[in-house]
Design a protein. Structure first.
Length: 121
């Protein structure tokens, strides 16, 4: 299966288990892989024959900025559902959501969750 990879999509949002995260917010980074047949686009060189990934980027940023969830798992699920709904040619999507600065004492790393969803036929 062919794939389009979108990396380092960033937006400031209000998802988190701590009340302060829902008020103060934080930066999120998202990587998305779109799985679809790209054979026609590879031959035609026409945008209409592939997926317009600008809409995925903008939609992902909108979800992060405007929706509030407790879990990043739920945020990833919302992005996956929205992405699959945008184009019936998409067969599968993988979404990785990273909290760049999670509020965990004495921890300077990042926390990420990755989910894969298939189109339900």
């Amino acid at each position: 299966m062919d794939a389009i990879h979108l990396t380092n999509i960033r937006a400031y949002g209000y998802t988190g288990a701590l009340p302060a995260e829902n008020v103060l917010g934080q930066w999120f980074q998202v990587d998305i892989t779109l799985y679809l047949d790209l054979a026609e686009a590879a031959e035609s060189d026409r945008l209409a024959d592939t997926h317009d990934y600008c809409t995925v980027i903008q939609g992902t940023q909108r979800i992060i900025r405007t929706e509030t969830f407790v879990l990043i798992e739920r945020l990833a699920g919302a992005i996956a559902t929205s992405t699959l709904a945008a184009d019936p040619r998409l067969e599968r999507v993988t979404v990785k959501v990273t909290k760049l600065t999670p509020p965990i004492p004495d921890f300077t790393g990042q926390v990420a969750v990755e989910i894969t969803r298939d189109r339900i036929q």
